[in-house]
Design a protein around this ligand. Structure first.
Ligand code: MN
Length: 201
């Protein structure tokens, strides 16, 4: 590598670095993932009886994601992969918890590497939309919108690569308390958008 002046630090966010993410699994040899198991998602799914019944069968891994140790400073960018496993709680597909950014006016991009599903967006005023995630498809999450991935495949992982402002922060509490207004459920074998009976102002 003579002349390339490449840092020995595999994660040098001050001088530059490159990080590999497997195109199929989304996993990286350089950075571990945080993991969300079903037991950590109580109250997130609409059908509580179905949630309890599924959890009684085992504490399955619902999703994992990279928490890249980028400095959380203005101007930095955090990035990594989100890997959402296939499954359903009742008629509701497996989802990520969903969050707003603590600095609400910060956007994010998700680029789908594998699988199929939706990015469900919703703002505090109630505007919502669901954007298809399929390999090669990028979704722009605008400022002010909560975002959650939905895996509509019965068999495949939904793998996305994300980039957002590193100092944005995550507000999970608002969604944990109020929920989303809309859900994506399976009906006659197809995804449909439905009102969330548990949603409250
Ligand atoms: Mn985000």
């Amino acid at each position: 590598m003579s002349g390339f002046n490449v840092s020995n630090d595999p994660l040098d966010f001050l001088r530059g670095c490159s990080v590999g993410f497997d195109l199929k699994s989304g996993l990286s040899e350089k950075v571990d993932t945080g993991k969300r198991y079903l037991s950590q998602m109580k109250g997130i799914f609409a059908d509580e009886a179905a949630y309890d019944a599924l959890l009684a069968k085992g504490d399955t891994l619902v999703y994992e994601f990279h928490g890249m140790p980028v400095p959380e400073k203005e101007g930095d960018l955090a990035f990594g992969c989100s890997i959402l496993y296939p499954g359903k709680v009742g008629d509701e597909y497996f989802i990520t918890k969903g969050h707003f950014h603590t600095i609400l006016d910060t956007a994010e991009v998700y680029y789908c590497l594998g699988g199929s599903g939706y990015m469900l967006l919703e703002n505090e005023a109630g505007d919502y939309s669901a954007h298809e995630l399929a390999p090669g498809q990028a979704v722009y999450v605008p400022k002010g919108y909560a975002h959650r991935s939905v895996n509509t495949s019965a068999t495949e992982k939904l793998v996305t690569f994300f980039v957002f402002r590193a100092d944005a922060g995550h507000d999970y509490g608002t969604i944990e308390q109020k929920g989303y207004r809309k859900l994506i459920l399976e009906s006659d074998g197809k995804p449909v958008i439905a009102d969330n009976p548990k949603w409250r102002l």
